[in-house]
Design a protein around this ligand. Structure first.
Ligand code: PGA
Length: 247
């Protein structure tokens, strides 16, 4: 079976009104290969502007959402609000949220379940830290993170799993295609054994962490690498080449 190649651009807390305009103008000029899905995650404040100006063939994601539809949750945004603005996606469980904002795996699971219920698709991020890789606990860490999501949801149709080793994010130290493939294969096997074979086969598992135009094509050749979540390079002209990495 062929899974649709997925390229996400995570702008993180970067941009300004004028930079957002330039980025959108550039994205609107990129020809998206058929069989590739592209989704851009601007900072929350710019989401509406991006959705209104970006070509509809490119999706838009929030970088985070909360697990309630509305109420006294100062500073948070809900999946229902995204829906209201015509936004289809959210990233959840990014390692920066887990590390800096102390989000637990259980909380990420809860937020994933709520977003899916609200009709928002989820890019669910998992990944091990350097010391965990060095201790040979990568499998344990990433499968526990995946389990915390699996415990809270039944339907995986609208979930993309992003494997992002923390040591590779923003460091320029990309996982080798073999390292990425090994973990992706483990995750797919875990899904087959603990959710279903069908979910394992259909769920896209994308790689994130220092993806660039220079390494994307090699990574994309790996059987279980179904695309990328791109941080730094999604703000650069080379993002165009990453979108075309499967070509
Ligand atoms: P990076 O970030 O591409 O800048 O390493 C990836 C991510 O955090 O999603």
């Amino acid at each position: 079976m062929t899974r649709t190649f997925f390229v996400g651009g995570n702008w993180k807390m970067n941009g300004s009104v004028s930079q957002v305009k330039t980025l959108v103008d550039n994205l609107n000029k990129v020809s998206i290969p058929s069989g590739t899905e592209v989704v851009i995650a601007p900072p929350a404040l710019y989401i509406d502007r991006v959705r209104q100006t970006l070509n509809k063939e490119i999706g838009v994601a929030a970088q985070n959402t909360y697990a309630k539809c509305s109420g006294a949750f100062t500073g948070e945004i809900s999946p229902e609000m995204l829906k209201d603005l015509g936004i289809d996606w959210t990233i959840l469980g990014h390692s920066e949220r887990r590390e800096i904002f102390k989000e637990s795996s259980e909380f990420v699971g809860e937020k994933t379940a709520h977003a899916l219920k609200a009709g928002i698709k989820v890019i669910a991020c998992i990944g091990e830290k350097l010391e965990e890789r060095e201790n040979n606990t990568t499998t344990q860490v990433v499968t526990a993170q995946l389990k915390a999501i699996a415990d809270k949801i039944d339907d995986w149709t609208n979930v993309v799993v992003a494997y992002e080793p923390v040591w590779a994010i923003g460091t320029g130290k990309v996982a080798t295609p073999e390292q990425a493939q090994e973990v992706h294969e483990t995750l797919r096997k875990w899904l087959a054994e603990n959710v279903s074979k069908d979910v394992a086969e259909k769920t896209r598992i994308i790689y994130g962490g220092s993806v660039s135009a220079a390494n994307a094509a090699e990574l994309a050749k790996k059987q279980d690498v179904d695309g990328f979540l791109v941080g730094g390079a999604s703000l650069k002209p080379e993002f165009d080449q990453i979108i075309n990495a499967r070509q």
